[in-house]
Write a protein that binds this ligand. Sequence first.
Ligand SMILES: [Zn+2]
Length: 325
Amino acid sequence: MEALEKLMPKLMDEDITVIIKPQLNPNKKKHILVMHDESVFYANDGKKTYWGPKDHAPLNKKGNGLSLHISDFLTEIDSHLKFEDEETCVIMKPGNNLEKAIPIFEQKYPDSIGVFAFDNATSHAAYAPNALIAHHMNLNPGGKKKFKDGFKSDGEIQSMHLSDGRPKGIKLVLEERGLWKKGLKRICSECKIHLPTKNDCCAVRILSLQLDFAAQKPLIQEIIEDRGHKVIFYPKFHCGLNFIEQFWGAAKQFMRNNCDYTFKGLEKMVPDALNSVPLIQIRKYARRSWRFMDAYKKGLKGIEALYAVKKYKSHRRIPNNVINV
Ligand SMILES: [Zn+2]
């Protein structure tokens, strides 16, 4: 991340309305950090009692009522990602706005590389349906799944399907690579729980260690990298790294003050709420996240990190001597 950070525009510590351009070598492109996150907006968020038409059953079984699941992307440079009238935020079918976000990013920041930051949630580690995942393959020919082509150690392309279209299965794929051993099980008990200790315990393990299978990336990484951008997954259990979390908080406050607490009102108001958060506020959130990142890098944890981040409020970094606080 440090190497990428040097390529990114930064906010000036003393005045966050000022952006400092990165010093770029002629062969380097500017990078821009794009934070992704999802959040749920509730129609009656903040209201203790539900009100609505008499013949409607109360909708707030869990205390929150109807909700919209929103996914959005945020930069510290220009607020949430949009270009002219096109906004990136979408009401979710989970994970579907990346295809929308990348073209908007490219229009807004031509000649820049996006560094798209996601949390480590399982949905983000999902693979394309035809990904080379040994766990998804049968031992023998047959099955409904389709797989993309792989390659052998000499670089020769290898189809995962027979001429009749059925998947070859792990055994035949390994045979064609000269790696099949008699009596090999499809999968052993260790690999079933994804905790292998040996490299040749079963057929799934042997195939998954092959270069083409080992290099298989999650779908969002494939989509982003295919377009020439980058992806980072920030670590679990490190609070404060994603500044979009505070952005959600501010947008929800706007909803509480302005929403009429109906589902229609909710749908109409969410985009206004996202646009209501001033850029200067977002930059303060971002600066706080950079401080958290710096604190974790300097080895501070939990309360210590929080203390340092609060104490050095108007800075992007924590001074080096703070380690002894
Ligand atoms: Zn195994």
